[in-house]
Design a protein. Structure first.
Length: 202
């Protein structure tokens, strides 16, 4: 038994014991990365909230064109509040740090793509709206109907563009060696991974 314990003591140890999950990077780099993420999340979310609040509270700003900006602000806000924390946890941990729920794993890869596509398509829609206003100033058309249809099209297109990653993402759970269970108290580890059937992935 002493020989077994001495052998186990020679196994690589994790960089740091963390209350929530074992870190994949040293503590100084983790602290720096977390600080940068917090700054980005706070600044981005504050900007988006200010845009949404300004348009909704000011009657002069409630134009059809500005609602495209509101749609962009909403998608950006969801991206930084929902997707960024999940991404941060994944890149900072040696394995899947969240509960072992397969749908949660799929959402963690789907939502960043979904909101990113929504932001990108919103910017495209803003450009098309500017073009429409400049070229067809005398015939704006049914602006309310175009607005609602365009915003719905943005989110539908984002959904369709990001949807293929859902069936190609899986939560893989691996049982740990009994000796590691004795040493570290870890019974299993899970990894949220993309597994595309195509040879070159995406």
């Amino acid at each position: 038994m002493d020989d077994l314990n001495s052998s186990l003591s020679l196994l690589p140890q994790p960089n740091i014991s963390f209350p929530l999950f074992p870190l994949a990077i040293p503590l100084p780099q983790f602290s720096l990365l977390m600080t940068l993420y917090i700054i980005v999340i706070l600044s981005s979310s504050s900007g988006s909230i200010l845009v949404i609040t300004a348009v909704l509270r000011s009657p002069n700003l409630r134009t059809h064109s500005n609602f495209f900006l509101v749609n962009l602000a909403v998608s950006d806000l969801l991206l930084v509040l929902v997707a960024c924390p999940t991404t941060f946890l994944q890149i900072s941990s040696t394995h899947w740090p969240l509960p072992l729920i397969p749908s949660l794993c799929k959402l963690s890869t789907f939502l960043p793509l979904f909101f990113s596509f929504a932001s990108t398509f919103s910017i495209c829609m803003i450009s098309l709206d500017r073009h429409q206003l400049i070229v067809h100033t005398q015939h704006p058309g049914h602006r309310t109907a175009v607005l609602v249809t365009s915003i719905a099209a943005v989110w539908l297109a984002a959904l369709l563009a990001a949807a293929p990653i859902i069936p190609n993402t899986a939560l893989e759970v691996e049982d740990m060696d009994p000796r590691l269970l004795m040493l570290m108290g870890v019974k299993e580890r899970a990894y949220c991974m993309e597994d595309w059937v195509m040879e070159k992935g995406r």
